[in-house]
Write a protein that binds this ligand. Sequence first.
Ligand code: NAP
Length: 271
Amino acid sequence: MSVQTIQKPRLGLPDLKDKVALITGAGSGIGQAAAEMLAQQGMKVCLVDLKDDRLEQTKQDIVAAGGQAITVDVDVSDPDRVAQAFEQTVKTWGRLDVVFANAGINGVLAPIEDMKPEDWDRTLSVNLKGTFLCVKQAIPHMKENGGSIIITSSINGSRAFSGFGMTAYSTSKAGQVAFAKMAALELARYKIRVNAICPGSIKTNIGENTKPTPELEKIKIPVKYPQGSQPLEHAPGQPEQVANLVAFLASEASSHITGTEMFIDGAESLL
Ligand code: NAP
């Protein structure tokens, strides 16, 4: 499949029209592609990210294409700011149907013996606590009418364990899958579905939030396959391919799916 055909998907998920989604990490990569995809399907989207120009640009692109979007600058590890983002969304549009808890960082990559506790904490705080806070704040706004929560985990921590130095990251990603299953069961009474998506390597800006340390060299094990090999397409995935999965999970087309992790990695994690 060419990149061109991926970028302009026509999923046709009519039940999403006029519904409301909150997306974290919406200024870049997977979150940005998902925000644009959900807006294309007629959803009103609240774009949450750290403050930067990319977030505003995403909003402008959505509005220029005829969609509706607001932005809220939030560090997802900050409980008060996360609560405010949800309040602002519901104040603006009167409802909340879909949450894409997606913001995340690779953080500092180091051998365990060299990993600074504060670096461990930061990765867990953004990725895992940030997810908890988003789901926690979504519940009061979704419990009456139900909805869909999608959490971006990773193949790291569930199927792949060779990301040297990524113990904090992989632990946070594994924690997200466990959390999604616990939440799915707990929130089923409110008809809130919760699923985790597990991408392999996707071409985004996450490298900017990746901080390898020189000590990594001492724990590397030679790998058999070229790094990043993806048997299906022989290239990293595109954010738009992940956005297709997010839109499916957001819609009624997935109404019987909850508490599941879905791998989207071109078979990378099966090597
Ligand atoms: P990305 O292009 O870097 O996008 C992530 C966005 O999240 C950025 O806009 C970033 O803002 C934002 N962000 C970082 N920390 C935040 C915080 N504390 N509060 C609010 N926003 C924050 O990366 P991506 O690849 O799309 O990553 C999205 C998710 O996919 C992450 O959870 C990641 O772990 C997961 N994932 C990615 C891959 C991959 O290969 N790309 C594979 C598996 C899973 P700034 O840029 O301003 O810091």
